[in-house]
Ligand binder design. Structure first.
Ligand SMILES: CC(C)(COP(=O)(O)OP(=O)(O)OC[C@H]1O[C@@H](n2cnc3c(N)ncnc32)[C@H](O)[C@@H]1OP(=O)(O)O)[C@@H](O)C(=O)NCCC(=O)NCCS
Length: 177
C-alpha cells in the first residue's frame, strides 16, 4: 500500500516542486511558460505567496514530493482580493490515481477557511482533459475558452477558464469587505 500525505509546503520541498514544474514547462501545454524557472525563482514565487497569506500544499508519496498545489491572487487590483487562481501539478507517473483531486480539495478547503470566495482555474490547452476533469470533479464550472491565445511547440493553444465558489460565495458580504 503506498502512503500519501498532503501537507503545507516548506522551503525544502522546493527542489522537487521545481523539477515537477520544469517537466510540465518542457513537455506539457498546461503552462504557457517556455523556459523552466530555476530553484531561486521558484523560491521567490513561493515566498511571495507565503508573504501574501496564500496556501501551498505538497503531496508526499512514499516519502517523496510528487505533486503540489497552490493558490495565489487572481488579479492584483484590490477589488479582486477575495478571488484566487489555483495551480496543481503532479509528476506524470502518478496521474489518474486520485492525488490531483485530493490536493485540489485540500486547497479549496484551506482557501475557504482563509475567507476567499471564488477560485479560478486558467487551464492551458483546451485538450487538457486531466485538468478539466479534475476541476469538474472538484465542483468547478466551465466559464469559457479563449481560443488560440498561446503558441507553444509550434501550434496555437487555447486557455480554458473554470470557476468555483468558495464558502458562501457571493451570497453574503465578506468580513472586512
Ligand atoms: C491535472 C492533474 C493535476 C490531475 O491530477 P490527477 O491525479 O491525474 O487526477 P485524478 O486522478 O485526481 O482525477 C480526478 C478526476 O478527474 C478526472 N480526470 C483526471 N484525469 C483525466 C483525464 N486524463 N481524462 C479525463 N478525465 C480525467 C476524472 O473524473 C477523475 O476521476 P476518476 O479517475 O474517478 O474518473 C494532473 O493530471 C497533472 O498534473 N497534469 C499536468 C499538469 C496540469 O495540467 N495541471 C493543471 C494546470 S491548471
Amino acid at each position: 500500500m503506498s502512503s500519501l500525505e498532503i501537507r503545507p509546503a516548506i522551503a525544502s520541498d522546493l527542489p522537487s516542486v521545481t523539477d515537477i514544474y520544469a517537466d510540465a514547462v518542457r513537455f506539457g501545454t498546461a503552462t504557457f511558460e517556455l523556459v523552466p524557472p530555476d530553484l531561486a525563482e521558484m523560491t521567490r514565487r513561493f515566498q511571495a505567496l507565503m508573504d501574501g497569506g496564500f496556501p501551498y500544499f505538497v503531496a508526499v508519496l512514499e516519502g517523496r514530493v510528487a505533486g503540489y498545489a497552490y493558490a495565489g491572487p487572481y488579479r492584483p487590483r484590490p477589488a479582486y482580493r477575495f478571488a484566487v487562481e489555483n495551480s496543481v501539478y503532479l509528476q506524470p507517473a502518478i496521474h489518474r490515481r486520485g492525488i490531483g483531486q485530493q490536493l485540489l480539495q485540500r486547497l479549496i478547503s484551506e482557501c475557504e477557511a482563509c475567507g476567499f470566495r471564488q477560485m479560478i482555474a486558467v487551464i492551458g490547452d483546451s485538450a487538457n482533459a486531466g485538468s478539466i476533469g479534475v476541476h469538474t470533479k472538484c465542483g468547478f464550472q466551465m466559464i469559457g475558452t479563449h481560443p488560440s491565445v498561446g503558441f507553444k511547440f509550434g501550434r496555437w493553444l487555447d486557455t480554458v477558464t473554470m470557476q468555483r465558489a468558495l464558502g458562501d460565495g457571493a451570497s453574503t458580504v465578506p468580513a472586512g469587505g
